[in-house]
Design a protein around this ligand. Structure first.
Ligand code: SF4
Ligand code: SF4
Length: 265
């Protein structure tokens, strides 16, 4: 017993201090949003857009990227003959509206989701229970949501918990592209959550279908499943880094405002 206590004391406090202190350094291989150096871009070249497996890059009428479709796969970076595309190092990528994920390819700033309106923030700001539904994803988004429950991140210190029943939940955290055989389960889960409730889409699958976009057996994410449902938070990535998910959740609850901490490698 004494040995266990000594070992515990030696280990110290393992939970990151974010957001009251800067987040841990991001690894070199972390891929944020693709950003284009327009000065190096060759006129008429379409290599990046043609290489993109999800059609996230559009070059007609301005160079833009839909981060809701982006897989952060680096195919566009590798395809550019001029080396004009790089992945930014910024983990701040969440948005409150789907259209806010459609951004200029040449801009590199963070995406900062807005806080809930006053009444909803009052209801959920200190205690938010979420039911997670994996609607046909590959399990990577789910794994990175699970990471937030480990001792290193301790999501519970913000009053945010994943719960086992939609009857106990204040909202639904969706991952996966919503496959046809998950439609009924997803609808039942959503209907079982009492109003008012939140909807959070995590990962490119849940936002747009991700790598399964256009497949006949999926709904291309939440909008294809129920176009009338308005998600409160979109967290892009394939999968998103746990820091990106945490940043989005805390912004939604008004626990992070403004730019927050800039990223560091
Ligand atoms: S990182 Fe991949 S998915 Fe994203 S724009 Fe580039 S090629 Fe498309
Ligand atoms: S967004 Fe990517 S990582 Fe997440 S479930 Fe879909 S395929 Fe997997």
């Amino acid at each position: 017993m004494l040995k266990a206590v000594i070992a515990r004391l030696r280990q110290g406090h393992r939970t990151i201090k974010f957001p009251s202190a800067p987040p841990p350094s991001l690894p070199d291989r972390f891929r944020g949003r693709p950003v284009l150096d327009g000065a190096r871009c060759r006129e008429g070249c379409r290599a990046c857009a043609d290489a993109c497996p999800t059609g996230a890059i559009s070059l007609e009428g301005g160079r833009r990227i839909d981060l809701g479709k982006c897989l952060f796969c680096a195919d566009c970076v590798a395809a550019c003959p001029e080396g004009a595309l790089v992945h930014a190092a910024d983990y701040r990528l969440s948005a409150s509206r789907r259209e806010d994920l459609d951004v200029e390819l040449e801009k590199s700033g963070p995406l900062l989701a807005s806080a809930l309106e006053k009444k909803m923030k009052h209801l959920f700001g200190r205690s938010l229970k979420l039911r997670q539904v994996s609607a046909g994803g590959c399990n990577a988004c789910e794994a990175d949501v699970n990471v937030l429950g480990t001792i290193g991140w301790d999501l519970g210190r913000f009053g945010i918990q994943m719960v086992a029943s939609p009857r106990h939940a204040d909202g639904l955290l969706l991952t996966g592209p919503v496959t046809k055989n998950m439609e009924l389960a997803l609808r039942k889960t959503w209907n079982a959550i009492a109003e008012p409730k939140l909807l959070i889409a995590v990962g490119s699958c849940a936002i747009s279908g991700g790598p399964y976009i256009g497949h006949a057996e999926t709904d291309d994410g939440i909008n294809g499943f129920a176009p009338d449902l308005k998600a409160d938070l979109f967290v892009p990535g394939c999968p998103p880094h746990p820091l990106t998910i945490l940043d989005g959740l805390l912004r939604l609850l008004g626990r992070i405002e403004g730019e927050g901490w800039p990223p560091k490698r």
